[in-house]
Write a protein that binds this ligand. Sequence first.
Ligand SMILES: [Mn+2]
Length: 461
Amino acid sequence: MSISWVRRGIGYIWLLLELFKESRPLHVVLGNESCDLDSMVSALTLAFYLAKTTEAGKIFVPVLNIKRSELPLRGDNVFFLQKVHIPESVLIFRDELDLHALHQAGQLTLILVDHHVLPKSDAALEEAVAEVLDHRPIEQKHCPPCHVSVELVGSCATLVTERILQRAPEILDRQTAALLHGTIILDCVNMDLQVGKATLKDSKYVEKLEALFPDLPNRNDIFDSLQKAKFDVSGLTTEQMLRKDQKTIYRQGTKVTISAIYMDLEAFLQRPGLIAELHAFCQACSYDVLVAMTIFFNTHNEPVRQLAIFCPLVELRTMICGVLERSHSPSLKLTPAPSPHPNLQAYHQGNTQVSRKKLLPLLQEALSAYFDSMKIPSGQPETVGTTREQPDKDLDRASNSLIPAMSQDDEEPVLPPTPMNSLVDECPLDQGLPKLLAEAVFEKCSQISLSQSTTASLSKK
Ligand SMILES: [Mn+2]
């Protein structure tokens, strides 16, 4: 197994150091804010291609568009990086490089992959965008005025594969091929024609990669392990589980947050210190109500849904539970389940067709009823809204034939598939601009040297 990615990571760090000394521009390849597998792999592999094929002296760096602390929420990314022996320490995350400062210093060029609309908080970076490679329908209004390649295929990784194989096939190594191959297969639901995500071009490039590297993993195997890793929450903390796939609605300053939890409610409620963690989670973000919507699949592969409503305000909790219990369109068919605490009401949801998308209007209705009952004077203009905290559309969309009910959680129409950018309230830079200090870079270098020796010894086996 090659360790080129490790060398590449070290290369990046040294180049960054050089760059800061010499004030030379940095070419950042940036995926979208969900940092799903497609965005991560497209950024890594396109940066690899550009670095290998552009004249010397230009520096290309893939940047993962999430905070480093959020990588554990992307189980498939973590799994795949390990599988192809790319240490997390060589990657550069959004909170580690101050793109706005680089841009202000005239040292930034951006190449966008797997999206083409920057979120509001990054609007100032738009003038730095030099190129776009995307697989979603163009949003004319927001599209940067530069060279834009858009083709509606199942995976952006297909477009990167095409670029490499058409323009510089000699640079493709097995490790990069494995990254592209697995990503296309995951995005295209194992090339299942019935699911309809794979286009002819996706299939064509999966086949080409397999022809070039006959020892790539079997399609079913890599699809099953990536899909499993994507939904595996066993290694997450309670807070990470709550943040993994979360939406928040608010009305007149009252915030209700809804988290999809991919495990059995009974097991979730038995997690040690759960109530204290729910309290802390709500307090940290001023949520008045937390709705945990669990979904898992029983041994017959049938979906099981359960609900937990955590809210220390008795009147508000009672109102929400009442509206959900009495709802007829749709009827949730709720039956109370054991609860570990009076502030938490738990239910089994008999009607498994009711996804989070259908639950949201009911919660809005409950909030309205609550404010009506309180007769809160409507002196100031009313504020109502929805935000998506953790953009993980693909998780929602999970069009796995094994788990059809999950696709019903899809929050948006099938096309256009995303820019979740504009829907995201929180951006990695909301907490102020990160500073890339020289010490931090040196510390990273020493970490990489360590991981290099480990990987090198692993690779020899
Ligand atoms: Mn994509």
